[in-house]
Design a protein around this ligand. Structure first.
Ligand code: ZN
Ligand code: ZN
Length: 311
C-alpha cells in the first residue's frame, strides 16, 4: 500500500517561507492499498489538494469511491472537508467514519460545519452520495479487503487512532493524544494544567494504563506508526492538558509495540522547518545510539511511502 501525506500540521494552517518544506496544511493522510479506492485519514486543509488529485481519475466523471476516517472533529482534522472536490460531482460515493457521540449524530456534526453563516453550500446540497458511519472504540471492520481497527486516545473530547492492514503491511495513525500519564482527558476543558508527575487517583491511572495498553496492542508489529508529536518536552510540561505528545512518547510506544518506523506528525504551527529538522536529527541520533531497530522519520507534505507489497 501507498501512504501519502497531504497535510502534516496541527491546530491551524501555517503557509509561509518558514514552513514551506514540511508544509503548512493541517492533518490529512491517504492510505491506498494496491488497486483499491483511497482511504483518507482526517480532513484538514491538506484534503483540498488530495481532492483535486482524485478529480484527475474516476472521481471526475462521478464513478469514484473514497473512505474518510476522522480521528476527531477539531478544526484541524475537518476544515478541508467542504473543499473536497469529489463531493461536488454526482455519482461519487464517499463514506465518512468517525467516533459516535452521545449527544449528536455524526451527520449533524458535519452538517453544522457548513451551515450559514460559516459556509455557502449546505451539506445537503452536495452532489456525491455521502454516508456517515459511527464507530465505537474497539470496532473492527473491513474496507475493500483492508482491515481497519480503532482505539481511543487521550485527548479533550476524545480522538481515535486507526490501524489499517492491507497488502501484508500495517499503518497506524495516532493523532491527537496526550501521553497516558498526568491527566485523563475526556469531556471537559481543564483550565489549570496539572503538575506532570503528580500522583493520580487509582481509577484514573488505571483508565489511562488501559488506554495505553489498547494503543500498544493495536500498534503491534506495524510497518509505520504516524504519531502526534506536536510538543517538545518543555512545551508539554507547560501544557499537559492540551492533549498532545512529544517524540519521546511516540518512541516509547514504538519500542513497546515493535514497529518498523515511527513518523513524527501533527507539527506545531509555530515550528519552523529548521526547528523540525533539528528535532528529527536529535531523535534519529537518540534512537541510533539506543540501538532501536526502527527508523524515525518526520512527515512532510508530499511524502510518499510504500509499505508491504505494491506494484
Ligand atoms: Zn489536531
Ligand atoms: Zn484535537
Amino acid at each position: 500500500m501507498k501512504v501519502r501525506f497531504w497535510g502534516v500540521r496541527g491546530s491551524i494552517p501555517v503557509p509561509g517561507r518558514q514552513t514551506n518544506r514540511y508544509g503548512g496544511n493541517t492533518s490529512c493522510v491517504e492510505v491506498r492499498p494496491r488497486g483499491q479506492w483511497p482511504m483518507i485519514i482526517d480532513a484538514g486543509t491538506g484534503i483540498r489538494r488530495l481532492g483535486k488529485f482524485l478529480m484527475e481519475s474516476a472521481f471526475c466523471n462521478g464513478s469514484g469511491t473514497a473512505y474518510i476516517l476522522i480521528s476527531h472533529t477539531h478544526w484541524d482534522h475537518i476544515q478541508g472537508l467542504p473543499f473536497f472536490s469529489p463531493f461536488y460531482t454526482s455519482g461519487n460515493r464517499v463514506h465518512v467514519f468517525a467516533r459516535q457521540r452521545e449527544d449528536t449524530h455524526l451527520q449533524a456534526v458535519f452538517a453544522s460545519q457548513t451551515e450559514d453563516p460559516y459556509f455557502p453550500v449546505p451539506l445537503s446540497s452536495l452532489r456525491a452520495d455521502i454516508q456517515f458511519h459511527e464507530l465505537v472504540e474497539g470496532t473492527r471492520f473491513s474496507i475493500d479487503g483492508a482491515q481497519v481497527a480503532c482505539t481511543r486516545l487521550n485527548h479533550p473530547w476524545i480522538a481515535m487512532a486507526y490501524r489499517i492492514d492491507a497488502d501484508h503491511a500495517a499503518v497506524v495513525y495516532c493523532s491527537d493524544t496526550a501521553p497516558f500519564a498526568d491527566v485523563l482527558l475526556e469531556h471537559e476543558f481543564i483550565k489549570t494544567p496539572p503538575q506532570p508527575g503528580s500522583p493520580l487517583p487509582q481509577a484514573v491511572a488505571d483508565k489511562l494504563a488501559q488506554m495505553r495498553e489498547g494503543l500498544v496492542t493495536m500498534c503491534s508489529g506495524a510497518d509505520l506508526l504516524i504519531y502526534d508529536t506536536q510538543f517538545t518536552a518543555d512545551e508539554y510540561r507547560q501544557r499537559p492538558h492540551w492533549g498532545h505528545s512529544t517524540p519521546d512518547d511516540a518512541i516509547a510506544i514504538a519500542r513497546e509495540a515493535g514497529v518498523k518506523a515511527v513518523c513524527l506528525y501533527h507539527h506545531a504551527p509555530m515550528r519552523t522547518d529548521e526547528q523540525q529538522d533539528a528535532i528529527l536529527a536529535y531523535y534519529r541520533d537518540l534512537c541510533r545510539r539506543a540501538g532501536d531497530p526502527f527508523e524515525v522519520i518526520a512527515a512532510y507534505e508530499g511524502l510518499e511511502l510504500v509499505l508491504g507489497e505494491d506494484e
